[in-house]
Design a protein around this ligand. Structure first.
Ligand SMILES: [Zn+2]
Length: 208
């Protein structure tokens, strides 16, 4: 603890987006926080799944998502979940069970954690909703870049399934850090069978 304080005094934490000094608990500096593009309470539809996300996936939000995913900085999940819980429209995070979008086992081994699961756990602490980690992914880890939408959907759909021995809650709130194409959401919704499914993410591609 003392060492950490000392380290903070000598080298204050830096903003993940621009590299300026940021607060000890804040991954973004004041200026980058102000640059976040808030999307309001309107929900969108991504590949047939109703989706709400507080911010647009650009600028500082991209840096946060990158940090959560690739920087080994899962503490960012707390900041993202706070912004989600504080801004969620009625009916979005007040019922159902939080189901993290599963990460491929190979990616999980490499990263050491599933960022969607971290985010779901932080959301659970703020909303009181339970986390139900009931989905899993298998198969190839082909990148989604450069493939057609139908191909992407088909390639993901066969690879999301309900974990052995797990049950799907009646009301599912899928949780992911960012939604761009919606193909993964659609695959997860389809794996959930007859459950009522909606989704929340920290950031989404604007216009979706
Ligand atoms: Zn900054």
């Amino acid at each position: 603890m003392l060492l950490r304080r000392l380290a903070t005094l000598l080298a204050p934490p830096l903003c993940v987006a621009c590299g300026c000094a940021a607060g000890e608990r804040e991954p973004l500096c004041g200026e980058c926080r102000r640059a976040l593009r808030w999307l309001g309470s309107a929900t969108g539809v991504a590949d047939g799944v109703r989706l709400w996300a507080p911010v647009a996936y650009d600028g500082p939000a991209r840096a946060l998502v990158r940090g959560l995913k690739f920087g080994g900085l899962p503490r960012m999940a707390a900041t993202m979940a706070s912004q989600m819980a504080a801004n969620a429209p009625p009916g979005c995070l007040d019922s159902g069970a939080l189901v993290p979008i599963p990460l491929h086992p190979a990616r999980l081994r490499k990263r050491g954690y599933n960022q969607a699961e971290r985010l779901a756990a932080e959301l659970a602490a703020r909303t009181g909703l339970p986390v139900h980690d009931c989905l899993e992914r298998s198969g190839e880890t082909a990148t989604q870049v450069g493939r057609g939408r139908t191909q992407r959907l088909a390639s993901i759909a066969g690879r999301v399934s309900v974990r052995r021995g797990a049950s799907v809650p009646e009301e599912v709130v899928l949780v992911d850090d960012v939604v761009t194409t919606g193909a993964t959401l659609a695959a997860c919704a389809s794996a959930c069978g007859g459950a009522r499914v909606r989704a929340v993410a920290y950031a989404r591609t604007p216009g979706r």
